[in-house]
Design a protein around this ligand. Structure first.
Ligand SMILES: [Zn+2]
Length: 155
């Protein structure tokens, strides 16, 4: 599914989940945008892996509960807020957007590590929240609410 347009991917996921036995783990390789993960979970996918959290982290793109943050943008030059005000990760608890942006501009490798750390935490939290919503029987409601800010594929 890597590199295919998301509509085609969704169509293929629907076809595959109809024929793959329900008692087997369903793995979708290379599906990494949070909005695609939500769609795929709805279709019955159980397991994912993708480079996006770290690849995008290394280049300064953070996945946040409120959408995409491209930390190199000038608007963050004096922003004392964390990458994601709703995040409890080490990066968000200890570093501001302005400082991380400064690290990128200075060519410090720590910048990419900090954003990658946050992104991995974001994905782990997303999957934990998905599992919890499934167990509580309200996945579709969770998908609607969480997905409102998920526009990571765009731009
Ligand atoms: Zn964070």
């Amino acid at each position: 599914m890597i590199g295919e347009p998301s509509l085609l991917t969704n169509e293929m996921v629907q076809i595959c989940t109809r024929v793959i036995p329900k008692n087997k783990i369903r793995y979708l390789m290379g599906c990494g945008y949070p909005e695609d993960i939500l769609e795929s979970v709805e279709q019955g996918i159980d397991l994912f892996d993708c480079v996006l959290p770290t690849r995008n982290g290394r280049t300064g793109m953070a996945f946040t509960s409120l959408g995409k943050v491209v930390i190199k943008a000038g608007k963050y030059a004096e922003d004392d807020a964390p990458l994601d005000k709703n995040c409890r990760c080490y990066t968000c608890q200890n570093f501001s957007r302005a400082y991380i942006r400064h690290l990128f501009n200075a060519g410090e490798i720590l910048a990419g590590r900090l954003v990658s750390y946050h992104n991995i935490h974001f994905y782990m939290q997303l999957m934990a929240d998905i599992r919890k919503s499934i167990q509580q029987g309200n996945f579709l409601q969770f998908k609607r609410n969480a997905g409102k800010n998920f526009n990571f594929r765009e731009g």
